[in-house]
Ligand binder design. Structure first.
Ligand SMILES: [Zn+2]
Length: 304
C-alpha cells in the first residue's frame, strides 16, 4: 500500500482496499455544469441512466435498479460520464413499494462496486437538495443550479454548496495490540475501531487525538493516513488513519461507547474471520473499519 512505502516498520503489504462506495468510475464533467446546451445534449443522448433516490433507498424495477432515462418533468442532478460513455444523472423519487435500502444493496453485494459508488454520490446529493431548500442566510426558497452542485438564493444572491461531513476513523495500536470499542446499539459481540466527526478548526490529527482521548482515555502520538471512504448515510467521508497510543489504561466515556478493550493479533484475526470462540466479531468488510483492522493486524504481525 502506497502510504506505507518508505517506512521501515512494514516490510511487505499486499492489501488492496475494496470497501464499498469508493470506486466511482465517473468523470464528473464539472466543466459543463453551467452549460445548458451541453447538459440538454447529455440528457437527450442515447446512453443515459438516472439513479432515483428516496431517503436512503434506491428505486427498483422488479429485481434490478430502475436506471431508466430521466423523464422530462424530473429535476435532475448530473453525476457524470462512465468509461462506456454512458451519462449518469440522479433525481429524488416518491416513496413507493419498489424501493430498496442502499445499506441492504451493499450487504447483498449483487451490484458492481462501481455502480454502488455512483448510487452513493446520488444519495448524498439528493439528500442535500431535499434538506437545503431554503437559503440559510435569509430563508427564501433557493434554486438548484450548476446541474445540482449549487443552490442559489434569488433574494439575497447567496450561493450554497453541497456538504460532505468528514469523520475520522482510527485503528489505535499499542505494542502488539489494537484498541477496539463497541456501541450499545451495535449487534451483540461486535467491536470496531473508534470514530468521530471532525469539528470546525481541527486538523485530522487533532480530531483523532481528541476523539480517542474522549472515548477511551488513551493518549495518541503519531497519526498516519491510511485511506478514505465515502459513506452516504447521508454524506460522510470516513478518513481512515492508524494511530499510535502512548498509554494503555482505558477509561471509557459511557455516553459514547459501551466498552473498549485491547485486542491482540491472534484474537483480532479470529474476530475478522468470524471464528472467535466467544462470538466476538469485527465490522463488515464493506466498511473501511474492517480494512483498518487488517492493516493494524499486518503491522502487529510484522512488528512482533
Ligand atoms: Zn438568501
Amino acid at each position: 500500500l502506497q502510504c506505507f512505502n518508505g517506512t521501515s516498520r512494514v516490510r511487505s503489504f499486499s492489501f488492496v482496499p475494496d470497501f464499498a462506495f469508493a470506486h466511482s468510475p465517473l468523470d464528473r464533467l464539472s466543466a459543463i455544469r453551467n452549460n445548458e446546451d451541453k447538459l440538454k445534449k447529455l440528457r437527450e443522448s442515447k446512453a443515459v441512466s438516472c439513479v432515483r433516490i428516496s431517503g436512503d433507498q434506491l428505486l427498483f424495477d422488479g429485481d434490478t435498479p430502475d436506471f431508466s432515462p430521466p423523464k422530462p418533468h424530473e429535476n435532475i442532478i448530473l453525476l457524470g460520464r462512465d468509461p462506456a460513455q454512458k451519462n449518469w444523472f440522479a433525481t429524488a423519487t416518491q416513496a413507493t413499494d419498489s424501493l430498496k435500502s442502499i445499506r441492504q444493496i451493499m450487504i447483498d453485494g449483487a451490484l458492481p462496486k462501481e455502480v454502488l459508488s455512483i448510487i452513493a454520490q446520488a444519495r448524498s446529493l439528493v439528500h442535500w437538495h431535499e434538506t437545503h431548500g431554503f437559503c440559510a442566510r435569509c430563508g427564501t426558497a433557493s434554486v438548484m443550479s450548476d446541474a445540482g452542485y449549487r443552490r442559489h438564493c434569488p433574494a439575497c444572491h447567496a450561493d450554497h454548496f453541497p456538504r460532505t461531513d468528514p469523520v475520522v476513523i482510527m485503528a489505535v495500536t499499542r505494542h502488539d495490540k489494537v484498541l477496539l470499542g463497541r456501541q450499545a446499539s451495535w449487534p451483540h459481540g461486535m467491536f470496531s475501531v473508534l470514530a468521530g466527526f471532525l469539528e470546525p478548526g481541527e486538523t485530522i490529527e487533532q480530531a483523532v487525538r481528541r476523539e480517542v482521548k474522549e472515548e477511551s482515555g488513551i493518549e495518541i502520538g503519531r497519526v498516519e493516513y491510511f485511506a478514505s471512504q465515502p459513506w452516504p448515510f447521508p454524506a460522510s467521508l470516513m478518513i481512515g488513519v492508524i494511530a499510535e497510543a502512548l498509554n494503555d489504561h482505558i477509561e471509557i466515556d459511557a455516553t459514547e461507547i459501551e466498552q473498549a478493550r485491547w485486542v491482540g493479533a491472534d484474537e483480532l484475526r479470529l474476530m475478522l474471520d468470524n471464528k472467535h470462540p466467544d462470538g466476538l466479531t469485527a465490522s463488515r468488510r464493506d466498511a473501511i473499519a474492517w480494512h483498518l483492522s487488517v492493516a493494524a493486524l499486518q503491522r502487529l504481525s510484522v512488528e512482533t
